[in-house]
Design a protein around this ligand. Structure first.
Ligand SMILES: *Cc1c(COP(=O)(O)O)cnc(C)c1O
Length: 366
């Protein structure tokens, strides 16, 4: 049957997104969506854009959106690329900027889409191990490479590398592109966009999916030297002239302009994260410090996959990765305070009442 498939896709391993089941009253803490709705101003703009103009193609360049992003960062629109979610921008980036003779470097524990793009485009890659505390060390990337991709904060750990360290990486890297995936930067990280003016090999990618509550609208953007942006535009124009539709363009512009709503909701998420981290610690979890909208936590005694299953029976979804080094961790998206409270209540009940066949000390690396 697969003999009708193109040869080049037969061995591909796709990315597996967190599940999106249609179960009512689910507490969904598995895909790092924002628990708060999008800005009401953005929703109004989307409704207003749902008019007869939808018969027309959208602006292929997304000029208004690029201008808003450029203004936010004191740059020109030539420094900005917009795409259908940052995943699409990452895909274009791997093809446009990271396919070289030397391998592209990224952390071994990181966003699992990166190796998928390497598979799709036949790009050499090398996974650089995080240290025993699951932290990135910049020195490990200061070696010949075909590019470096660092999510900052990292996913699924939530750990950050400061701007000074990032600068050290950029100073030690020329002749290849450094991509910083800032999907979670608005929850306590430090953006490196101010370094774009000094480093022509830096590309910073952000998304409106997490901190702007617009995962369903599919909007991402990249900021970098115009020659990097040109490369992305070239690939984009060989792939899809109109990746952002009219509703997405209008909604994105309005969401980015609503700074008050953005600040209120992201600060609420950060406050809930600190509360949840504290509660999880008192339930016997080891919780990595996080500057993202999720926590990465391991119970000292209980098996992570079992905990995930027992939470699921209580209509609470969290993410578990059956991968070496992190298979005893759960990645828990920060919900509303009420959702976090429900999670803590459920965990307390599970830990107090459930018989665990595997109730053995759980601090060995596996
Ligand atoms: C969520 C996420 C993305 C993708 O975001 P979209 O803009 O929704 O495609 C990219 N990188 C990381 C690290 C993410 O967690």
């Amino acid at each position: 049957m697969n003999d009708l498939w193109s040869e080049c896709i037969r061995g591909l391993e796709p990315y597996t997104p967190g599940e999106q089941p249609a179960i009512p009253h689910l507490i969904k803490l598995n895909t790092n969506e924002n628990p708060y709705p999008p800005s009401p101003v953005a929703l109004a703009a989307i409704r207003q854009a749902a008019n007869e103009d939808l018969r027309l193609y959208p602006d292929p360049e997304g000029r208004e959106l690029k201008q808003v992003i450029a203004d936010m960062h004191g740059l020109s629109p030539e420094h900005v690329f917009v795409g259908n979610g940052s995943d699409e921008i990452l895909a274009h980036t791997f093809l446009a900027l990271l396919k070289h003779r030397r391998p592209v470097l990224f952390p071994d524990i990181s966003y699992s889409f990166y190796p998928v793009y390497c598979g799709l485009y036949g790009i050499e890659c090398s996974a650089v191990p995080l240290d025993a505390d699951l932290q990135v060390h910049i020195e490990d990337y200061l070696r010949p490479n075909g590019g470096v991709v660092l999510p900052n904060p990292n996913a699924p750990t939530g750990s950050v590398v400061g701007r000074g360290e990032m600068k050290r990486l950029l100073e030690g890297t020329d002749g290849s592109v450094v991509v910083v995936d800032e999907a979670y930067v608005d929850f306590g990280g430090e953006t490196v966009i101010p370094l774009v003016a000094d480093f022509p090999n830096l590309l910073v990618i952000q998304t409106l999916s997490k901190s702007r509550s617009l995962a369903g609208l599919r909007i991402g953007f990249a900021v970098g030297h115009p020659s990097l942006i040109d490369a992305l535009n070239l690939v984009k124009s060989c792939f899809n002239s109109y990746p952002l539709d009219r509703l997405a363009l209008k909604g994105a512009v309005a969401a980015l302009r609503d700074q008050d709503y953005f600040d209120r909701t992201r600060k609420q998420v950060m406050a809930s994260r600190e509360w949840l981290a504290h509660e999880l610690c008192s339930l016997g979890f080891y919780v990595l410090p996080s500057q993202a909208n999720f926590l990465f936590a391991r119970h000292e005694l209980r098996d992570a996959a079992t905990l995930q299953e027992l939470l699921r029976e209580r209509n609470i979804l969290v993410r578990h990765f059956a991968k070496p080094r992190i298979n005893q961790f759960l990645r828990i998206s920060v919900g509303t305070d009420a959702q976090c409270q429900s999670l803590v209540d459920a965990l307390r009940e599970i830990l107090a009442t459930t018989y665990f066949a595997d109730a053995v000390p759980n601090n060995a690396e596996s």
